[in-house]
Design a protein around this ligand. Structure first.
Ligand code: GLN
Length: 350
């Protein structure tokens, strides 16, 4: 009898400690003013984690050799609310390359410097309906750049960041991402070297943009800055906090610093909704209804405005380049917690 009680206690303990609701921030409160209760989020996250844990569909990106080496079984989920409640499960300390998710934050930095109108004029924000690295889109689209979340538009966006030298621009970008994460982030050198050695396609895109006068610094320098930004390492918690900064009107919920201008948030989130998952963004909007961004490193972050963000890391990708498990987990959690922005009840209608 006692033995049974002890084992039940340990079972409860194991469950309680493997979904770790980190205590609330400085305020000492444990009730979020906006997010559903932490316990509810933690139990839904665990359900999703268990449901999709053994899914082995998709495969690691392999066009960047270092990404093919990452253990494809890694799987971590983090939720950070706008009042900095944190719920995590799985491999949440593993630092993976942010890849295309970086594009969102370089866009934010470019808007900080130039304002949204200038960025819209120089980059645009239209879906390409093509793969993220499409050459055809650059040729066909009237803007050539397409939008800031495909490779061509992202390289052009990186070229907008000011600085006297390449190093100055890169350091500014890294410092900006770190402020959004609330922690000092670092380059994963191995990923950078691997991608720099194999990025002829991105260099070709940059030269094509130069032909159309749609890149605003030296093309190859801009590709190098872009390659470095894609190679920044984040873990699931850091990524979720970057998303929560977007959800929180640009204010990092942990440091309380205004990182992104409040008035720029709607432009960023609408661009994410339109193109965050490349040419499967339409299906994502249909099924999930949340602005999100994926990266070929296996991360996806989805933003729930005013409430928080959910980040998932799982390296196996579908054909469009989006993490399979991350999409499934976010869809599950968003549906269970009624996060879809277009659902009548999520905006208070019956
Ligand atoms: N660095 C990658 C590339 O340029 C980013 C692509 C992605 O994450 N979709 O191809």
């Amino acid at each position: 009898m006692i033995a049974k009680r002890v084992s039940v206690f340990f079972l409860v303990l194991v469950i309680a400690t493997s979904v770790v609701p980190v205590p609330l921030s400085a305020q000492g409160s444990n009730v979020s003013p906006v997010a559903p209760r932490k316990e509810l989020v933690a139990s839904v996250v665990r359900e999703a984690y268990d449901k999709f844990r053994s899914d082995t569909s998709g495969k690691n990106a392999d066009y960047i050799p270092a990404l093919a080496e990452v253990d494809s079984k890694l799987f971590g989920v983090a939720v950070v609310s706008t009042d900095n409640q944190v719920v995590t499960i799985g491999d949440i300390n593993y630092s993976f390359s942010i890849q295309s998710i970086s594009k969102v934050f370089t866009l934010a930095l470019a808007m900080n410097e130039l304002g949204p109108d200038e960025v819209f004029k120089r980059i645009g924000s239209e879906p390409t309906g093509r793969a993220f690295n499409s050459v055809e889109a650059v040729v066909d689209m009237p803007t050539h750049t397409g939008n800031p979340l495909v490779n061509a538009g992202a390289i052009a966006t990186a070229s907008l960041v000011s600085g006297k030298t390449e190093d100055e621009k890169w350091n500014k970008i890294l410092a900006f991402y770190s402020k959004a994460a609330g922690e000092k982030l670092k380059l994963i050198d191995e990923v950078y070297k691997s991608e720099a050695a194999t990025n002829a396609g991105n260099k070709a895109l940059s030269m094509l943009l130069a032909k159309y006068e749609r890149i605003y610094s030296d093309p190859f320098e801009s590709v190098d800055v872009y390659t470095k930004q894609c190679s920044v390492g984040v873990n699931a918690i850091q990524l979720a906090r970057m998303g929560a900064t977007l959800a929180n009107n640009g204010v990092n919920p942990a440091t309380h610093e205004q990182v992104i201008k409040r008035e720029d948030i709607p432009y960023i989130l609408s661009t994410m909704m339109m193109a965050g998952l490349y040419d499967s963004s339409g299906g994502w909007a249909w099924h999930v209804g949340l602005p999100a961004k994926s990266g070929v490193g296996g991360g996806i972050v989805a933003v729930v405005p005013g409430k928080g963000a959910i980040a998932v890391f799982a390296p196996r990708l579908d054909d469009a380049g989006n993490s399979v498990k991350a999409q499934r987990v976010i869809e599950y959690v968003a549906n269970k917690l009624d996060y879809n922005l277009y659902s009548p009840s999520s905006v208070g209608l019956k």
